[in-house]
Ligand binder design. Sequence first.
Ligand SMILES: Nc1nc2c(ncn2[C@@H]2O[C@H](COP(=O)(O)OP(=O)(O)OP(=O)(O)O)[C@@H](O)[C@H]2O)c(=O)[nH]1
Ligand SMILES: [Mg+2]
Length: 200
Amino acid sequence: MIKVLNARFLTSSPSLEKSDFYSGSEIAFLGRSNVGKSSFINSLVNQKNLAKSSSTPGKTKLINFFEANFKDDDENLYNLILVDLPGFGYAKVAKSTHKIWQSALDEFIKKRNSIRLFIHLRDSRQFDMEIDKNVDLYIKSFLRSDQRLINFYTKSDKLNQSQKAKVLNFDKDAKFVSTLKNEGIDEARELIIKGVFGRV
Ligand SMILES: Nc1nc2c(ncn2[C@@H]2O[C@H](COP(=O)(O)OP(=O)(O)OP(=O)(O)O)[C@@H](O)[C@H]2O)c(=O)[nH]1
Ligand SMILES: [Mg+2]
């Protein structure tokens, strides 16, 4: 089992150009606005409000960097940089502003070479949305051989068994997470460490 040792906020940045570089391996969290990216980061590091979450879509407007340290059962230490990104598809601002945000986000995602792992979060209640298919194709269009992509299906507390079966029918490897019920979070930490370091 992976234990969280500590986590802290590093900085926020509006763009790739203004982002600092860190020695830890980077993990980028992406997905639709309001899908639960910031909440998931908080759960992964066992903190309530490190990454700011909100029921209003469009809460995360900048690229936010967090550092977290983990330890496995054999006392191996893992240092990670978690990157909380603004959501895709939120357009409740002027179109021109939205375009600038999305192009800054696009540049960061494609050109931030230190990203080792992309985590695409999908809402488990709306698992087959067009925008998620596009996000998946988008990431795969530039994913390098030394980068990984993992999908998680969020808010699984809202699903009953038969609804979960439908998601599994759609994606037989679907991994459910609920920050509300702490479901799938231990497994998610293991998968993330494995995805970045190739072992647990
Ligand atoms: N029921 C339930 N609600 C959740 C869960 N995770 C997040 N939420 C709620 O979903 C809303 C959005 O969560 P955020 O973590 O802010 O989502 P986000 O993807 O970071 O959103 P943006 O920053 O706007 O892109 C909040 O009201 C959360 O409380 C979950 O596992 N279960
Ligand atoms: Mg957020």
